[in-house]
Design a protein. Sequence first.
Length: 213
Amino acid sequence: MKIIMLGAPGAGKGTHAKGIVEKYQIPVISTGDIFRQNIKDGTELGKKAKSYMDAGDLVPDELVCDLVVDRLQKDDCKNGYILDGFPRTIPQAEALTEALKKQGTAIDYALEIFMTDEDIIERMAGRRVCAKCGATFHTENIPPKVEGVCDNCGGTLELRDDDKPETVKKRLDVYHEQTAPLIEYYKKQGIHYEVDGTLGVEGVAKAVSKILG
Ligand code: AMP
């Protein structure tokens, strides 16, 4: 099962992808996580990506597409995968469609987690990410057992630089301009499904289960 998670930054794509993983045992491939790991490791790719990310801009397509297509060749992707944060532009979507076509395959579901900008801005202000293991929490919706401390590894929970309100507004503009056109793109392919992102973790999981079966 090959799934794309669509939706604005902060709509909960990553959180809901994790629920799907547990049920279907397929990996989540998050381009945002790959870039953050590269920044942490001080790689060339990380250095190139950082300035774009800090400004709330997209990393250029040429730095993203090959990276994802290579990742999809790995063994753990044999039974499918969930793409979180990719594609984010029409050229990325076209590159993905072409790469999969060459392998005689295609994406099965483009799941859009829908939320209004107002709801997203409110939600992002409460999002906290573990500095050590990358786990995501929310001060109200998914609170850690101990405030500011990761349940999984005891690391410190932080507000991501790009979750700060000014940057969130910029990222939403970028989303509407460059990523939202993907909704039409996948509607035309007949694989677009919309889920209400305000239903909460369990509500969204139920709605997603109905779609995926
Ligand atoms: P995310 O964690 O998915 O919200 O990604 C964080 C940041 O990484 C984005 O704001 C972009 O700067 C960059 N990024 C992640 N995925 C992509 C992508 N597919 N194309 C371009 N930039 C990306």
